[in-house]
Ligand binder design. Structure first.
Ligand code: SIN
Ligand code: FE2
Length: 215
């Protein structure tokens, strides 16, 4: 079958697991020594908190944001906000090194124009999980999602475009970056309950940063 030049297919390459058109895991892509201090500085300005879903469930993953827009959830729904509802201040700016990492990873998977304006920072402790969902609160679904994992390994669930599609289970290690966009942008995904462990950088904890074009 002839290749379709308009689909951002990710060719197999060393250190890469293709997930589908416009989607791949880049193994060991992120320089963690530079990332962790940035995450700690973000959390000092905008503390991690457990958001409540519109259905009234408190999420097991703790969250904060950096960038012009931040993702929030409460009884009124899911949305992006310019200020942190907890502090009343703008979210901390997106550090240049984080933004550059996200842009380079997006370009490596076929999205050279990615310009993220939001970064959701997730903190998982053992037992915390993210049920299957789509990232669809962003204004620009033409832009990919770029996800960076730091600390304890997790099982990432990569499903399909229908909620009922059975997910692949992929182990994400510290430094792995997942990019999904184009025809894969609305794939359902989630994270299994985090296993116990002790990571040299983060202890009993995993951080995940997802970069988005929200506006
Ligand atoms: C997310 O879906 O927003 C986060 C995924 C992850 O923690 O790997
Ligand atoms: Fe997500």
């Amino acid at each position: 079958m002839a290749a379709q030049p308009d689909l951002p297919l990710s060719p197999p390459a060393p250190g890469r697991t293709p997930l589908g058109p416009g989607a791949a895991v880049l193994h060991g892509y992120a320089d963690l020594a530079a990332l962790l201090p940035e995450v700690r500085a973000i959390a000092a300005a905008a503390p991690f908190r457990h958001l409540v879903t519109p259905g009234g469930h408190t999420m097991s993953v703790a969250m904060t944001n950096c960038g012009a827009l931040g993702w929030v959830s409460d009884r009124r729904g899911y949305r992006y906000e310019r200020t942190d509802p907890q502090t009343g201040r703008p979210w901390p700016p997106m550090p240049a090194a984080l933004r550059a990492l996200a842009e380079a990873a997006a370009a490596a998977v076929g999205f050279p124009d990615f310009a993220p304006d939001a970064c959701l920072v997730n903190r998982y402790v053992p037992g915390a999980r993210l049920t299957m969902h789509q990232d669809r609160d962003e204004g620009d679904l033409g832009a990919p999602i770029v996800s960076v994992s730091i600390g304890l390994p997790a099982v990432f669930l990569w499903g399909g475009l229908r909620r009922a599609d059975r997910p692949r289970r992929l182990r994400l290690e510290s430094g792995d970056v997942v990019v999904w966009g184009g025809p894969s942008r609305l794939v359902f995904h989630g994270v299994d309950p985090l296993p116990d462990g002790d990571h040299p950088l983060t202890g009993a904890c995993r951080f995940n940063l997802t970069f988005r074009r929200a506006a």
